[in-house]
Write a protein that binds this ligand. Structure first.
Ligand SMILES: [Zn+2]
Length: 168
């Protein structure tokens, strides 16, 4: 089980662009179930896929400043925080109706992140080829690519090529 921030990022990154082609890992029920099992565990297999997809689309639009948080309302329908008593005191647990857990956890994580680490969740700067997102956890807040190995290297190579072209 991954933490909710990782779950949020994984959900945002279910629409990768591979060799110029757009993919949606949640588009068909079979790949969606495999994704759910891998990222949220077997308990999440009953997740409402249409709601999950639309919540993801809204979260992606929010990162791009193309939506308002009010659009997240369907994912939070019937969701609450429930205190659970234990030996060390009360702990608060997210309680979600069946089929909503993954969408609700991602939305709550998105809100927590925007309050505790504003601007840290953003789109990869390789916007021409890449549709992935990143959460910048660096001290300098200077991460620009979804991954250094992928887009980071591609962008560096391209800049190098353009520099050489321009100095010729
Ligand atoms: Zn990228």
């Amino acid at each position: 089980m991954v933490d909710d921030e990782e779950l949020l990022l994984a959900l945002l990154n279910t629409t990768p662009t591979v060799s110029g082609e757009a993919h949606d890992l949640l588009a068909d029920p079979e790949t969606a179930r495999a994704w759910l099992a891998g990222h949220a565990g077997e308990d999440a297999l009953g997740e409402d896929l249409a709601l999950l997809r639309s919540t993801r689309d809204t979260l992606q639009a929010l990162v791009h400043d193309r939506a308002t948080p009010a659009a997240l309302a369907p994912a939070l329908h019937g969701v609450g925080y429930r205190p659970v008593a234990g030996d060390a005191g009360l702990t608060w647990r997210l309680s979600t109706p069946p089929g909503h857990a993954v969408a609700a956890r991602a939305v709550v994580a998105w809100d927590a992140l925007r309050r505790t680490a504003p601007g840290r969740l953003r789109a990869c700067e390789n916007t021409e080829e890449c549709t992935l997102f990143l959460i910048d956890r660096s001290k300098s807040n200077s991460a620009r690519w979804c991954s250094m190995a992928g887009c980071g290297n591609r962008m560096k190579a391209r800049r190098h090529y353009e520099r050489r072209k321009n100095t010729r």
